[in-house]
Design a protein around this ligand. Structure first.
Ligand code: ADP
Ligand code: 5GP
Length: 206
């Protein structure tokens, strides 16, 4: 008997460089039955990134064809590039009862909330200060000065949406922040509304 109606969604947002990928790496060591949503983007591939693992890197024309064909659950323009979440793999993972993890921006968060609010838990992640964010982007060494300036500008605006999120994590000490993330991820799969009440009551009464 299937007690779980469907999977659940966990959205992570926060300025580029705050540590979302680093925190997720820690989390994957501790949880299973998850699916990370690999976004599609028109931005340039960074050194160390793998096409099909970090993102599906595509041309602007290909992305626009997917928009026309209604292939995205959500998409947005971030830092002058398109980023989007393909619908099909998400539906499949949800049908399989998985925790579906999104690393998307504030606009994407708002769009997923409109379409799949019942399944969604969201976390806004940031650094202790803007100065620390700048340091991390410089230290990561993957972006030019122009790109970093643009990301910092975006970060100042994104933090204003903090109160739209269910949870807030300050990624200062990676170990502490990853423990906080893991707790929220586990709790996000235990929400009573995710379960099939009728099946549970029927089997519980036996
Ligand atoms: P995001 O995925 O949010 O863009 P990353 O995970 O790539 O961010 O992290 C950006 C940089 O900051 C990386 O060089 C990473 O090693 C570093 N970093 C992540 N978390 C911390 C932390 N808690 N303290 C110091 N540096 C960190
Ligand atoms: P980056 O270029 O640093 O990988 O990501 C830049 C920003 O785009 C981050 O805020 C990230 O969360 C966001 N992003 C990544 N994928 C998606 C997506 O599919 N949809 C939306 N709306 N934002 C995304």
């Amino acid at each position: 008997m299937n007690n779980l109606n469907k999977g659940a969604i966990l959205i992570l947002s926060g300025p580029s460089g705050c540590g979302k990928s680093s925190l997720l790496k820690e989390m994957y060591k501790q949880i299973d039955n998850y699916y990370f949503s690999i976004s599609t983007t028109t931005r340039e591939i960074r050194t160390g990134e793998i096409n099909g693992v970090d993102y599906h890197f595509v041309s602007k024309e290909s992305f626009e064809a997917d928009i026309k064909d209604d292939n995205f659950l959500e998409y947005a323009t971030v830092h002058n590039n398109y980023y989007g979440t393909s619908l099909k793999p998400i539906n499949k993972a949800l049908e399989e009862g998985k925790l579906v993890i999104f690393d998307i921006d504030v606009q994407g968060h708002d769009l997923v909330r409109v379409k799949l609010d019942d399944l969604t838990t969201s976390i806004f992640i940031t650094t202790p200060t803007l100065g620390e964010l700048e340091k991390r982007l410089e230290f990561r060494g993957t972006d030019s000065l122009d790109v970093i300036t643009n990301r910092i500008k975006n970060a100042k605006s994104e933090i204003k949406s903090l109160d739209k999120y269910d949870y807030f994590i300050i990624n200062d000490d990676l170990d502490i922040a990853s423990k906080e993330l893991i707790s929220i991820a586990i709790a996000s799969t235990k929400k009573s509304r995710l379960f099939n009440k009728n099946n549970i009551i029927k089997s519980w009464l036996q």
